[in-house]
Design a protein around this ligand. Structure first.
Ligand code: G6P
Length: 611
């Protein structure tokens, strides 16, 4: 989704801004642009398509010498994907340039008022309105940050913005409402960005800007004020990230690298937290609220996309083994229905990025109801991690590919840890706890044994790559995995795929089955094995091709299914951690064989910061 980078320092800004945009590419975008304040005027360049196209255009135009500038990757919401709609946007007076993430809800009213005052608009975006509004206010208020503050007072919606003005050439003003913004404080330089990746190269001293805050940077320092004009004093904190991780290495795509690191993601999520001897989990981030967690009446899990499916696995685990009633919700639904909270209910948000707008809005809804809020989050310092009362970090490292993979298994592993944490404090026996803990500690090695057979899955995927429809079936713990398998395939290969609970096949999907409609059936030897086998038989009776994901040693299933990919035997509740690996590989190999942009699928964004 949209990305912001802004630089003020002593170096040439253009290459730094372009590099910053490249670091943000993984979020998904469709056009990009930069504006640099020069000695005589402003260097503005925008381009549709990749940052490389913009870089080319910038290089062809020759040197941009300025050392203050703003840049943006756009993911179209208001107005088509055109150069004119790409940011930075300029007010008609020519002095003010602005980049924006988010959506301005009342832009139409503001725009028509400004038009009646003579402002001329060049784009179809909501963003351009803010630039003109600031310009308009500046007729009476000359100081840029004050004009920005007053303008934001009139604006309704979500934003992260960065603004520069030709007549105050040594200044950047940035502000945030519901769209992330981080200030990197280097030596004699500042870099502002919508996530930490462009900042990491410069400094690990960062300041998280909060909703309703405006930060102004000049060569002499930074200053934070609220939109209500209150002065805020905040020192930088140290950002804990390794730059080296954001590198594809020898892999053709980040996604394959990230699938390959799924075993490590489980190791990193469980390291130091799994206590096999006592069959328990040590979760430092939630110990403070342990008493409330032990007394929980109902756990409301809320998330979006793949994180929601990790929550769905968690629902099965926590209800079966910790005896805690769980209610699972999509962020986009939770925020608009009227959720009922009872005494001792707890809200749990799961989010890799910690910035997903719907998850965040749901979290805020829960906070308003005075419910204890917890988070399972990967990005350290992200908004969800800062706004929840307590939580568990995933420690999966940056996930670059838009489609989530290693973050998913890491979230599922944390669901298992939470099950132990809650279960053992609520009557789960030592023997059961020990069995789960021991088996969970063996999962990464099992995953590695699957990944060593990547080529086998590549060959299977090649046999299925030409089909245009897929059904993914699974039951109980593997129902969410059927949904995840289908989601991953459609996200990155654009092939229509539906995930279904196996038992529901007879209530609809079976009507579609024929020799051109393959099914991927997750059928490990668990408590619902026989039922899945019946489903395979029903599909075969209608000549539907079947790829089964089955337990090692299950020879019978090979007589039924056209193809079988085996996974090691583990506890039923932990099979999702194994069955999902071949499904991620399956989607990856099909998409890669079609030559698609696997890491940046069309129309998708890594972190969906708008509603
Ligand atoms: C986007 C991504 C998905 C991700 C979802 C939730 O749709 O493309 O891969 O699962 O957002 O993201 P979160 O950061 O909240 O886990």
């Amino acid at each position: 989704m949209c990305g912001i980078v802004a630089y003020l320092g002593k170096e040439r800004a253009a290459p730094i801004l372009i590099d910053g945009l490249k670091a943000l590419e993984y979020r998904g975008y469709d056009s990009a642009g930069i504006a640099v304040l020069e000695k005589d005027g402003v260097f503005l360049e925008r381009a549709v398509g990749k940052v490389a196209v913009l870089e080319d255009k910038v290089a062809k135009r020759g040197e941009s010498e300025g050392s203050v500038g703003i840049a943006h990757t756009r993911w179209a919401t208001h107005g088509g994907v055109t150069e004119r709609n790409a940011h930075p946007h300029r007010a008609c007076g020519g002095a003010i340039y602005l980049v924006h993430n988010g959506i301005i809800e009342n832009y139409k009213e503001i725009k028509s008022e400004l038009k009646s005052k003579g402002h001329e608009f060049l784009s179809e975006t909501d963003t351009e309105t803010i630039a003109h509004l600031i310009e308009d206010i500046r007729k009476d208020v000359s100081v840029l940050e004050e004009a920005v503050r007053l303008a934001l007072g009139k604006v309704r919606g979500t934003y992260g913005i960065a603004v520069v003005s030709e007549d105050e050439p040594e200044k950047i003003v940035a502000a945030r409402n519901f769209s992330p913004l981080i200030l990197g404080v280097g030596k004699n330089e500042f870099i502002i960005a919508s996530d930490a990746t462009p900042i990491m190269k410069f400094t690990n001293n960062v300041i998280y800007i909060n909703d309703g805050e405006i930060v102004t940077v000049t060569p002499s320092g930074y200053r934070i004020r609220t939109i209500g004009n209150e002065e805020i004093s905040r020192d930088p904190e140290v950002l804990d990230l390794e730059i080296g991780i954001v590198d594809k290495g020898n892999y053709p795509h980040f996604l394959l690298k990230e699938i390959d690191s799924e075993p490590d993601a489980v190791r990193d999520a469980t390291r130091g937290r799994l206590e096999i001897g006592s069959g328990n989990a040590k979760l430092g981030g939630i110990e403070r609220v342990e008493d409330e967690i032990v007394q929980v009446n109902r756990l409301h899990i809320c998330a979006c996309g793949t994180a929601y499916l990790a929550g769905a696995v968690g629902e099965y685990m926590i209800e079966e083994y910790a005896g805690v009633p769980v209610e699972l919700d999509l962020g986009s639904e939770f925020r608009y229905r009227k959720p009922i909270f009872e005494e001792n209910d707890i809200f749990l948000a799961i989010s890799q990025s910690g910035e997903t707008a719907d998850t965040l809005a749901s979290l805020r809804e829960a906070k308003e109801k005075n419910v204890l809020t917890l988070g399972v989050v990967n990005v350290v310092g992200s908004t969800v991690s800062r706004e929840t009362d307590a939580g568990v970090y995933q420690h999966a490292g940056p996930e670059i590919s838009v489609a989530s993979s290693k973050a998913f298994v890491s979230q599922v592993a944390i669901m298992a840890l939470l099950t132990l944490f809650m279960g053992r404090r609520r009557g789960m026996s030592l023997v059961t706890g020990e069995r789960i803990a021991k088996e969970l500690s063996a999962v990464p090695a099992f995953m590695e044994s699957i990944l060593r057979r990547k080529e086998e899955m590549k060959k299977i995927a090649a046999r299925y790559a030409s089909y245009t429809n897929f059904l993914f079936l699974g039951r109980k713990y593997n129902y969410p995995i059927a949904l995840e398998g289908a989601l991953k395939l459609k996200e990155i290969s654009y092939i229509h795929a539906e995930g279904y609970a196996s038992g529901e096949m007879k209530h609809g999907p079976i009507a579609m089955i024929d020799e051109n409609f393959p099914s991927v059936v997750i059928a490990p030897q668990d408590s619902v094995y026989e039922k899945n086998i019946s489903n395979i038989q029903e599909i075969k009776a209608r000549r539907g091709p079947v790829l089964a994901i089955a337990t090692e040693g299950d020879k019978d299933i090979a007589k039924l299914a056209d193809d079988v990919f085996y996974i090691p035997k583990t506890l039923e509740m932990l099979t999702p951690l194994l069955s999902v690996v071949p499904l991620h590989l399956f989607a990856y190999y099909i998409a890669a064989s079609k030559g698609l942009d696997v890491d940046k699928p069309r129309n998708l964004a890594k972190s969906v910061t708008v509603e």
